[in-house]
Design a protein around this ligand. Structure first.
Ligand SMILES: Cc1cc2nc3c(=O)[nH]c(=O)nc-3n(C[C@H](O)[C@H](O)[C@H](O)COP(=O)(O)OP(=O)(O)OC[C@H]3O[C@@H](n4cnc5c(N)ncnc54)[C@H](O)[C@@H]3O)c2cc1C
Length: 462
């Protein structure tokens, strides 16, 4: 192991691994330092991949249980939690072992230790070894936060890690929170046969996403039997021998719900407290989130940051883009482009899925950008009707002069796939007229996009 490098990455998750890979390809002497017992990062081990594996099993189960709708007799379809758990473990282990091979490829040094700064050019490992570097990337990710809700700290609660590792079916769960992880896991639990109640402080689920879209998800949840209580103030949480109860104010009344288990899904916080950032002069927000500029540089220009520890989004492809950008910028590559906020892509893997890309109505109004929009519902679309997938809609925003696509919002079956019809057109600054020149096969779910496109093409001058 060397003691001095061109680029040292602290944290080898999605952001850190990809930054190291790019930096090494640019000929830099690189090391990744990661202190985890198991390598792989959040996405592979306890985030995207295990959650989407389980959600897909739950979706297949839901379809089987809806067999009658399709003229099928699927008797006794139910979840085998142990088999689902083993399947998830096998799939995650495959992804993790591939990542470990990449980390041990020899393109860079891999140092298995926690690290903290002793000064702006030096980090100290767990065994007191000092590693120096010309440039650093901090990509230490995030951890579950425990907000100051009365009684939560003293109660026993699950986090997303526990739900993703379940090998039995809980009878009932109260989900605290209404964000993406809370909604995805609440629906998973409900579909495998757990009684689920979501208690959310904000007035609606998925409060960072469009109002109308989150209302569709709420309706689908309630139709499936999930109890959704929003606009609450939690008064207290108490864990007993076999139940946890939550008392809260809602609509002017004090109410209470109890369940076998409590899932704390109220969000995550940057994993930066153990890094001695002050010793290096790296500034953070009060939350511990590292402050970066558009090139991912922190307040100390040769120290970069990427991924969940600097935000502003907890999304893998953005963590990867940030890591790669930091690697290139720190190597002095010219002509780089910062990550465009106007290309933000977010997917929620509920069913119906919710996906947004580009400018949202809220931003367009706030920034006084002129726009036109058109919407089309899935319950009037041939392919979705025959699939019994009629929740939701497609909405497109475009520039009234010329019809350039500004953004899109889809709630519905496979919205996370359909939204990709817009990624290339947005990147290429295409117009509604250009999108309509492409072929759209019939009958497909994607074809629904042509209806609002046609409406916009009529409104927008070519
Ligand atoms: C349940 C769940 C589902 C999710 N689903 C999705 C999804 O579907 N799509 C999506 O885009 N995003 C999803 N996310 C978010 C996504 O997983 C994260 O945004 C992403 O994995 C963050 O990557 P990262 O590189 O910033 O951090 P991480 O992958 O967490 O990597 C951080 C690494 O830093 C190491 N480390 C920490 N401190 C130190 C230290 N002091 N010294 C050395 N090493 C250290 C850790 O061991 C870890 O390996 C999900 C998250 C959760 C929790």
């Amino acid at each position: 192991m060397r003691r001095s490098y061109d680029f040292v990455v602290i944290g080898g998750g999605s952001a850190g691994f990809n930054a190291a890979r790019v930096a090494a390809s640019l000929g830099r002497r690189v090391a990744i330092i990661d202190g985890a017992r198991q390598l792989g990062g959040l996405c592979i081990l306890r985030g995207c991949m295990p959650s989407k594996t389980l959600l897909y099993s739950a979706e297949v189960l839901h379809l089987a249980q809806s067999g009658k709708e399709f003229g099928l007799n699927v008797a006794g379809a139910s979840a085998n939690m142990r088999s689902m758990h083993l399947r998830k473990r096998r799939i995650v282990a495959e992804f993790a072992s591939h990542r470990v091979k990449q980390l041990k490829s020899g393109d860079f040094d891999l140092i298995r230790s926690h690290a903290r700064f002793s000064d702006a050019h030096t980090v100290i490992l767990g065994d007191d070894t000092r590693i120096r570097a010309a440039t650093f990337l901090i990509s230490t990710g995030s951890r579950v936060s425990i907000p100051g809700v009365p009684g939560l700290g003293a109660s026993s609660f699950w986090t997303s890690d526990d739900v993703l590792d379940l090998s039995f079916r809980p009878r009932s769960v109260i989900v605290l929170g209404g964000g993406i992880v809370a909604c995805e896991l609440a629906q998973f639990l409900n579909r495998v046969g757990t009684r689920v109640c979501i208690i959310q402080r904000s007035r609606r689920l998925l409060r960072h996403l469009p109002v109308r879209a989150s209302a569709v998800v709420r309706r689908a949840f309630e139709d499936e039997g999930i109890e959704v209580i929003t606009g609450t103030k939690i008064l207290g949480i108490r864990s007993g021998a076999d139940k946890t109860s939550v008392s809260f104010r809602s609509k002017g009344k004090t109410r209470r719900r109890a369940a076998e288990h409590l899932l704390n899904a109220m969000g995550r916080e940057p994993n930066t407290s153990g890094l001695s950032l002050r010793s290096a002069g790296v500034r953070t927000e009060a939350s511990g989130r590292i402050i970066t500029n558009r090139w991912q540089q922190t307040s100390v220009p040769h120290i970069y940051s990427a991924g969940d520890c600097c935000g502003p989004h907890e999304i893998v492809h953005i963590a990867v883009q940030q890591g790669e950008l930091a690697a290139r910028h720190s190597a002095g590559i010219k002509g780089l482009r910062p990550i465009e906020e106007s290309m933000l892509l977010v997917v929620v893997f509920t069913d119906p899925q919710l996906a947004v890309i580009g400018w949202r109505e809220r931003d367009l109004v706030k920034k006084r950008i002129n726009f036109i929009s058109a919407t089309y519902p899935f319950d009037d679309h041939g392919k979705s009707i025959l699939m019994n997938a009629t929740y939701g809609y497609v909405r497109i925003f475009a520039d009234p002069r010329g019809g350039r696509i500004l953004g899109a919002e889809i709630v519905g079956k496979d919205a996370g796939e359909l939204i990709h019809c817009f990624t290339t057109p947005l990147a290429m600054r295409a117009t509604v007229h250009e999108m309509l020149r492409a072929p759209w096969y019939h009958p497909t779910l994607s074809e629904i996009i042509t209806y609002p496109l046609e409406e916009l093409a009529e409104k927008a001058r070519d």
